[in-house]
Structure formats: structure tokens, C-alpha cells
Design a protein. Sequence first.
Length: 210
Amino acid sequence: MKRITAIRTREGQRKRADIFSNKTSALNPEAEEATGENRSVEQEQTTAQTETPDKSDNFDRCFKTATRYLSYRPRSEFELRERLCQRSFANDTIESVLVKLKEQGMVDDMALAQFWTSSRELNPRSRWLTGRELKQKGVANDIIEQAVKSIDDDASAYRAGLAKARSLPRSDYESFRRRLGEFLKRRGFSYAVINHTVKRLWQEGTSDSE
């Protein structure tokens, strides 16, 4: 950061002062103006006294920050805006970066919603819970509805419960029902779906053991 390191007054018809910033003469106001503002040696220059950062440089830094954040996984427009605000970029710079990213297809809430829904194939959640997760990411309701409509809760609950059921003892149905039911409840499934899935997996496990 630039600092004022010295003030030297020059005699003439009008007194003038050389103000040295980091040992380099940076400003040359009237001596009365310099002393009137009570500038002192080693005083940090205020924003008004220094040149504002170049807008293109701010845009480039903001854009690089955004693309680095996107490199880990797709993000919603809301998530990206929040992250850039946390990094203290100006609102107009953020909006300009978002426009460019959307033009390049790097920010697309529909694509994010589809990605998120597909990723749940490996770790199934209910339609309701998947929609809630997308809502927390700032995705619009109409996009959420379109993305989650392909989720079949019965099929998802069965896939989610299958591995868990294999790890549970089969000696007591009530214990099996309670533990598997709590597991599926945490994944957002309704009571009706849980009840049907628990009975199905219990019966399949019992048949296999016979």
C-alpha cells in the first residue's frame, strides 16, 4: 500500500509542497492545501488520494475466482454470487462476470439441477429432499420441479435401503424396522414409502436365508 513518507515545501510566488509516496514524488498540491489536510509522514493515502483500481483488473480477478470455484463442481448462480460477495468484489463487477459465465454456459441452474439429481443415483434421496437441497442453493421452483419429477421415491428408497438392510441382523423384525426406517427417514422418504420398503426388504432377506 502506498504511504506518504515525506512532505517538502518549495518557495516561490505561491508555496508548493512535494509529497513523496514510498520515496517517490507522487503529488504536488499547494503547500497550504497539504498542511491544511494535516497529512503526516507515513500516513496511509486515502482512497481519494490514490488512483482507483482498474476496472478490467477487478473483472479479471473476479472472473478467475469464479472459474476456480466452479472447477470443483457446478454451482448455481446464487451460490456463485454469494461466494464472490464474500470475496468483497463490487456488485457491478460480479454481475458482469455472471453475464459472461452464463454466456459461456458455465453457470446454468437447469444444468446444475440435473447434475444434482443424477448424482443422487449413487446416494439416493427422496424427491422432496432433493428439491429442498436445490432450494437451498437458490434454484428457482420451476427448475426444481422439472429436475426432480423423474425421481421415483419407491425405487430410490429401495436402492438406498438395500445395502443398509444387508448390514442389519434378521433376528428381530421390530429392531430391523426401526433401524432401517430411521435410515430412510433421514433421506426424506415418507412414512408410506418407508413402510413398504422395510417390509419388502425384510421379506427378501427372509427368503434368501431359507
